[in-house]
Design a protein around this ligand. Structure first.
Ligand code: ADP
Ligand code: MG
Length: 601
């Protein structure tokens, strides 16, 4: 009986339609090609543009994940021009929408913007009335912020009128990843967009974003109540970008390097910084070095921001030095370089920010300056995130990207987006092409057995010192802050004739953190958050039990190789034996930290 029921239910299920070839021919091909050339002025489609436009015109709900610069705006501009009716465009960034409205009007296409504030009442009323009856008003595109959808009943009632008369052709949601709390740029206002499907059930939805993992995409689809979604995912690999990570020197040298990069490129660029203070400092430093640069951050008023963005778009200001507030969806295709004064807080964010370079397809350069201690600065921010362990995992991926000693930088993105590296890089021609610093460098010599042995012993020494500090005090979990830990290890190594530079030590400790041998804990002080280092409990138990070799602790080759102790040194780390027990550990273990320390994993 069960089998019969199963058979019946199978029989009842509608047959799956054969997968549509969205790149095939459709009745609207002629109109679409004509519109591509005029008014939009493009000679050909970019990858997946034709497919997405076809699925949208076939009234499907479409989710398109295409890299920055792929030309996502055209995916709703073309259908909106080819077919009658109104296209509602929801986007988080007013400046981007202003640009687009301006452009469309310049092409002779009627478009209007309703931001949350700004627009005066009479003007807003006129726009809303035009939206209610696009056939009469000729309005093709209405751009709105998500806040406006959430808050304006009048807008919704006008759109309802438009929908009821069959004139709401589609809803396009740009930067759709902002819907999901699992993404890197969650905006609560986007949650209100779930009401669009309730209110306008027959308008197909087109969701667009540059970065969304499958989990984020599923979340966004559920929030927007999309149905039977046709999904397109472009290739993540930006073949015209050259990726590089440079060691971060002290400020004057760093600014000299940055200024040199800016001067080498004639065109415009962006420098991203972690804080407003950094943005001001770097902009000042670049100006002193003869670069036309200005800072852009949340502290600038909106008029300032607007004029700076306009000057930069027009090429009058070469460089914008900005916090991440700048650039979501900026429409400047010819950005020649994107520099990171401090690494982004996740690899996904780095991909997005660096991806603002070279949207015109011409070669561009992206460089991140990195030093291991930035990891702790970023970690103290990540630990304040809503989902701390996810934020830490994302930060670890960003740090691993910077620390990758030899592998192609693109491979980090390949892992992130679960796509193979682009064919043209995988064919061995990579070294001859612009790819990344690691691919351009001569193949590194693998560390010899002796160097690995020394590195292993030094790693054990580090773990031993940290473990002793963890065990000291009352024995229930005190830990040295990261800088204190470095000093302790230096002290422990010094009498043994081991010379290890601070940089090498930092690198080794970071490697231990990245591989989970050392865990970060955070403690709040009145003014900041301190990061403390703990040896992973399973390793701590081994150390307590007298285990003292890198092999027995299971330390990876990467850990052992991360510390390039100069070979042939007087005594070598060989003697930095695990029996080191610094008597300073107690003093360094902050008692106050242990109560408040919050553990992350
Ligand atoms: P995205 O939103 O995907 O980052 P945009 O829609 O802002 O990208 O487009 C980036 C740039 O590419 C714009 O300057 C746009 O005019 C241009 N563009 C889009 N489609 C094409 C095309 N088919 N051919 C040439 N240029 C295009
Ligand atoms: Mg865009």
């Amino acid at each position: 009986a069960a089998r019969a029921a199963e058979a019946a239910s199978l029989a009842a299920a509608p047959p799956r339609p054969p997968a549509t070839d969205w790149g095939g021919s459709f009745e609207w091909d002629g109109a679409v090609c004509a519109a591509l050339a005029s008014p939009f002025g493009h000679a050909a489609f970019r990858p997946l543009q034709r497919e997405v436009v076809n699925a949208t015109l076939a009234s499907e709900d479409v989710f398109a994940v295409l890299p920055t610069g792929a030309g996502k705006s055209l995916l709703y501009h073309l259908p909106g021009v080819v077919r009658p009716g109104l296209t509602l465009v929801v986007s988080p960034l007013v400046s981007l929408m202003e640009d687009q409205v301006h452009k469309l009007l310049g092409l002779g296409v009627r478009a209007a913007l309703l931001a949350a504030d700004a627009t005066d009442r009479a003007q807003a009323a006129a726009i809303q009335n035009a939206a209610a009856d696009p056939a009469a008003s000729g309005l093709r595109f209405l751009y709105v912020t998500p806040e406006r959808i959430a808050k304006s009943k009048l807008l919704m009632s006008r759109l309802q009128k438009c929908h009821v008369s069959g004139q709401l052709a589609r809803v396009a949601i740009d930067e759709a990843h902002c819907c999901s709390a699992q993404g890197h740029d969650f905006r609560p206002d986007f949650l209100a967009l779930g009401s669009l499907r309730d209110n306008f059930p027959s308008a197909p939805i087109l969701a667009l974003t540059a970065t969304a993992s499958d989990a984020v995409r599923a979340d966004v689809q559920a929030i927007l109540q999309m149905r039977r979604v046709v999904c397109f995912r472009g290739h993540f690999d930006r073949t015209n970008l050259r990726y590089e990570v440079r060691p971060k020197p002290a400020e004057p040298a760093l600014l000299d390097e940055m200024a040199a990069v800016c001067r080498r490129h004639g065109g415009g660029g962006i420098v991203y910084t972690l804080s407003r203070a950094d943005a001001e400092k770097v902009a000042g430093g670049l100006v002193e070095r003869g670069v036309v640069a200005a800072a852009y951050h949340a502290g600038c008023d909106s008029a300032q921001r607007r004029s700076l963005q306009a000057a930069w778009q027009a090429g009058a200001a070469q460089v914008v030095v900005a916090t991440i507030a700048f650039g979501l969806g900026i429409d400047k295709p010819d950005v020649r370089f994107v520099l990171h004064h401090t690494m982004s807080k996740s690899l996904e964010a780095y991909y997005q920010e660096s991806g603002r370079a070279g949207r015109d397809g011409v070669d561009a350069e992206v460089i991140a300056w990195w030093k291991p201690s930035d990891m702790y600065r970023l970690a103290s921010l990540a630990c304040e995130s809503r989902d701390r362990s996810a934020a830490m995992a994302q930060l670890m991926a960003a740090a691993s990207y910077c620390e990758a000693p030899a592998s192609c930088r693109r491979e980090a993105f390949s892992t992130l987006f679960q796509q193979p590296v682009h064919q043209c890089w995988a064919d061995g021609a990579r070294r001859r092409r612009r790819c990344c610093d690691n691919c351009a460098a001569p193949p590194a010599e693998a560390a010899g057995a002796e160097a690995l042995a020394r590195g292993g012993r030094l790693a054990v020494c580090v773990l031993r010192v940290l473990h002793d500090a963890n065990e000291s005090a009352d024995g229930d979990g005190a830990a040295p802050a990261h800088l204190t830990a470095l000093k302790l290890v230096e002290k422990a190594a010094a009498p043994l004739g081991v010379k290890v530079s601070r940089d090498e030590l930092e690198r080794l400790v970071l490697r231990l953190v990245l591989e989970g041998a050392v865990q970060l804990h955070f403690a709040y002080t009145a003014y900041s958050i301190n990061t403390y280092l703990y040896v992973r409990p399973s390793l701590g138990r081994k150390l307590s039990g007298g285990v003292c070799s890198a092999d027995e602790l299971g330390l990876s080759t990467a850990v052992r190789a991360s510390c390039s102790v100069p070979a042939g040194g007087k005594k070598g780390v060989a003697d930095a034996d695990s029996s080191v027990r610094p008597d300073t550990a107690k003093a360094a273990a902050p008692r106050s930290a242990k109560r408040k320390a919050a553990s992350i994993n």
